[in-house]
Design a protein around this ligand. Sequence first.
Ligand code: FES
Length: 173
Amino acid sequence: MIEGGIFMSEKVSRRQFLNYTLTGVGGFMAAGMLMPLARFAIDPVLQKEEAGSLVQVGLLKDLTNEPKRFDFKVKQVDGWVKSDAPHSAWVYKDENGDIVALSPVCKHLGCTVGWNDNKEHPEQFFCPCHGGRYEKSGQNIKGTPPLAPLDQYQVKVEKDAFYLGKALPQGGK
Ligand code: FES
């Protein structure tokens, strides 16, 4: 009756041993199959956004003291979808020679502001949707709908080009 070895020990029967072994092997196989699926499912969620990445937008020689509009694209990943998101910026050199890059997105309801394109309000950013106005610095003009200044892009200069990062709030009054 006792055939020797661990199969027939009094503590672990052959049936129990097979149950444990098959359960263990089955578990490993299931984990091996499920892990890639699980990683595929949650990987984009876990991936870090490319923090602080800036894109080349234009050349320094193209900048003056007058705000000029630059259109550019930023690669973005939304879950599994990769795309080039269009962005715009009003860019100029201030009196100190520093580069200022303002978002054209109105802080009231998100229309696009233009520079110096309303004859009644020269040298200002003007929003055609509800008459929002901003100074050249991006500061919102009191008495018009926007309650905050235009967002300002992070700027980096390298060699003869300028790069823009995220557009961040200026703080506001
Ligand atoms: Fe610009 Fe309303 S969206 S003023």
